[in-house]
Design a binder for this molecule. Structure first.
Ligand SMILES: *[C@@H]1O[C@H](CO)[C@@H](O)[C@H](O)[C@H]1NC(C)=O
Ligand SMILES: *[C@@H]1O[C@H](CO)[C@@H](O)[C@H](O)[C@H]1NC(C)=O
Ligand SMILES: *[C@@H]1O[C@H](CO)[C@@H](O)[C@H](O)[C@H]1NC(C)=O
Ligand SMILES: *[C@@H]1O[C@H](CO)[C@@H](O)[C@H](O)[C@H]1NC(C)=O
Ligand SMILES: *[C@@H]1O[C@H](CO)[C@@H](O)[C@H](O)[C@H]1NC(C)=O
Length: 496
């Protein structure tokens, strides 16, 4: 394995890539057994170009009997396609080593016979976007897309097709740091930043980037927030002003507050409905987070955790610690003032069982002794009615977010679990139906898929098959790396 990495490393150096890449490769520990294998197209038997100098980056194009650089866009492929190594197939041994495919992030449109970027307008009418079609049968050699009308969002919100959610106009939303959402000429949401037009007021010229107002944004001086006018400052009249430190902080963040608090405008102040300017709002304060109580040491602690209490005690109100009278495997229900065994029906309604409070974060607050009702089955409506499950004793596994039951065993999502090499467990995507049903558990609703970057390998032995290491993505990476190598050598002058 080490030797293979070194070979790829050597190839990378040949490609005038930086030594950094190699170090990264050598240091990376791949959890899957597969590791990095030589790219299949480096086999001269399959790829006549492989024996030429730099051949590992060349693919043989049968129609012209010539070698072309891997991932070349256009000729010999159609304009929008790139030359890609063919997936290895056990059935078809003598397939050409190369084929034309749409580059990643694009798909083929039957309307234009060309590749178009996904989630953009592409070949579609104004207001529609180009969406990927679900992968068809295995023989499909290219990814196809189709046009879809975007979902209608509430006033002032924009639809983001990639995750199907609505985000406020001019918010950061799903964008990278320094960009904000706006509607583009195609009528679709796009992450942008420019010093003119509707984003002008969010523009920060020092960094050529855009930020939401009243957030920390680009401000490096502690206590400054990003204000209209595109500058970092702090002003006394703002609700964000914290007098004890004479600094400003973003609202609804920990801000200047001690642990367990949040910096927030108190709910109980009479906000003058006429006064929608920030100037007339009261100052924010450090308040206990929801579900937390203030303790005499000045901090806030989450109820029903140990908090400031002695070992084997938990906090029941702002003044009192009690012995954990529930005992092992039982959780406390404050409204009933009783304890119930985990996984039992307890005080819960039909098809629900007693589960841990999954809103608590043990790393932050310690273990919570608070019990909740969770579905023993799979689907539940927003009104907490659980759907009947065929197996009544679906177990606590299914009721625990992030866990799935497969073949009678409980597995964590996004780990290998019962899957083959190079794979992990992913939840099956279930579209929320129109009557507010939502997926709370994953009841056997996960499947083994290739980890990101891994590609399906060879044949399928009845469900569990293996995925091969990201050699293709690696080659792609190195190709890009080569383009960037000038940049790299400027950053890291060659070692003498
Ligand atoms: C976003 O805000 C700009 C400027 O306020 C406005 O012109 C535009 O219509 C808004 N877009 C949406 C979708 O609300
Ligand atoms: C806190 O809980 C204890 C024990 O249940 C009770 O005696 C006390 O009155 C409670 N204090 C407050 C302020 O609710
Ligand atoms: C899949 O990987 C397992 C080990 O993880 C190995 O025993 C098996 O032969 C592999 N199957 C294929 C088809 O490569
Ligand atoms: C919900 O979906 C059903 C079909 O699944 C459809 O008949 C019904 O009209 C939809 N209701 C609403 C309010 O969209
Ligand atoms: C919608 O809700 C009804 C009950 O109101 C339920 O019978 C039906 O199964 C739900 N539809 C879906 C698609 O979940």
């Amino acid at each position: 394995m080490k030797r293979r990495k070194l070979i790829i490393c050597w190839a990378a150096l040949q490609a005038a890539s930086s030594i950094l890449t190699c170090l990264l490769l050598l240091l990376t520990q791949h959890p899957a057994a597969a590791g990095i294998v030589p790219p299949p197209w480096s086999d001269p038997a399959k790829n006549p170009c492989a024996s030429m100098a730099g051949g590992w980056q060349l693919l043989y194009w049968t129609p012209l009997k010539k070698c072309f650089k891997i991932f070349t866009l256009g000729f010999p492929c159609p304009d929008t396609m790139e030359l890609s190594p063919s997936p290895i197939s056990a059935k078809r041994k003598d397939v050409p080593a190369a084929e034309c495919r749409c580059p990643p992030g694009t798909a083929l449109s039957p309307l234009t016979d060309a590749c178009h970027a996904l989630y953009e307008r592409g070949p579609c009418p104004h207001g529609e976007y180009f969406q990927p079609l679900p992968e068809q049968t295995k023989r499909a050699d290219n990814r196809w897309g189709s046009c879809k009308r975007q979902l209608q969002c509430d006033e002032g919100m924009l639809f983001w097709p990639r995750d199907g959610k609505c985000y406020p106009n001019h918010s950061k939303g799903p964008c990278i740091r320094g960009k904000l959402l706006m509607r583009n000429e195609d009528g679709l949401a796009e992450c942008r930043c420019h010093p003119f037009g509707e984003l002008g007021e969010f523009y920060y010229s020092v960094e050529d980037s855009c930020y939401e107002h009243y957030t920390k944004g680009p401000c490096s001086t502690p206590g400054h927030i990003f204000l209209p006018g595109g500058r970092c400052d702090c002003q006394r009249h703002l609700p964000h002003y914290y007098a004890p430190q004479q600094m400003c902080f973003e609202l609804d963040t920990p801000g200047p507050c001690p642990p367990g608090h949040i910096f927030r405008i108190p709910d109980d102040v009479d906000a003058n409905p006429e006064a929608n300017t920030l100037q007339l709002l009261p100052h924010a304060k450090c308040l206990c987070k929801e579900g937390y109580v203030p303790w005499s040491d000045g901090l806030c602690y989450r109820l029903y955790t140990r908090g400031p209490c002695a070992a084997n005690e938990f906090l029941v109100n702002a003044t009192t610690c009690v012995r954990n009278f529930c005992g092992k495997n039982r959780l406390y229900f404050p409204t009933e003032d009783s304890c119930y065994r985990i996984g039992s029906q307890g005080p819960c309604s039909l098809h629900q069982v007693v589960v841990f409070d999954f809103t608590a974060r043990p790393s932050l607050d310690g273990i919570s002794y608070n019990g909740m009702c969770g579905c023993s089955g799979v689907l539940t409506n927003l009104d907490q009615q659980c759907a009947a499950s065929n197996e009544q004793e679906k177990s606590i596994c299914e009721a625990t977010p992030g866990m799935v039951e497969m073949n009678g065993q409980c597995h964590k999502l996004y780990t290998r679990g019962p899957c083959g090499a190079g794979q992990w467990l992913e939840p099956l995507k279930t579209l929320p139906s129109n009557n507010s049903t939502m997926l709370l558990g994953y009841g056997s609703r996960a499947k083994c898929v290739c980890r990101p970057g891994y590609t399906p390998a060879e044949t399928d032995h009845g469900g569990t098959h293996n995925c091969s290491a990201p050699s293709v993505s690696l080659a792609r990476y190195l190709t890009i790396e080569r383009h960037n190598s000038k940049f790299f050598s400027e950053l890291h002058p060659p070692l003498s």
